[in-house]
Design a binder for this molecule. Sequence first.
Ligand SMILES: [Zn+2]
Length: 172
Amino acid sequence: MSLLTIRRLGDPVLREAGRDLERFDDSLLRFVDDMFETMYDAPGVGLASQQVGISSRFFVYDDGDGHRGFIANAVLSEYEGDEEHDEGCLSIPGPFHPTRRARRVRLLGSDERGRSVDIVGEGLLARIFQHETDHTNGMLYIDRLDDEGRRDVMRQLRDHELRRAQEDSSRA
Ligand SMILES: [Zn+2]
């Protein structure tokens, strides 16, 4: 297994709507292992194809509460309720911002062997499904914020990068 490079805000692949995944073969299974390893290393609760440089429609997830898996070609429906919680993104490392999402959602898609899956997610799992499905459509959570929300995320991102640069220079 090997760690994949996580693409960051500004990388055009994050803005590409993916094509449906059609080949479910052994090379995909190996790649899924690498995606899980990369997600746990980050650490994060989800990682989508665009975030590792592939313009497709799949993601891995683990909500830390027993729900873990790979989903390709997700289609969401039956959105219910809404709630606002802090959300972040491995491609925008550092910032978090309250983001409105449906509290419950139904996901139809395929697993890593191409078998159909049908999952109803609630709470964090529903949030992960919405966040990652957005990625596969070339969308980021900051697109769901208002102008002030986006400005706040950009401010946090600048502060985070400044701190990292200072830490790097003090280590040099
Ligand atoms: Zn993300």
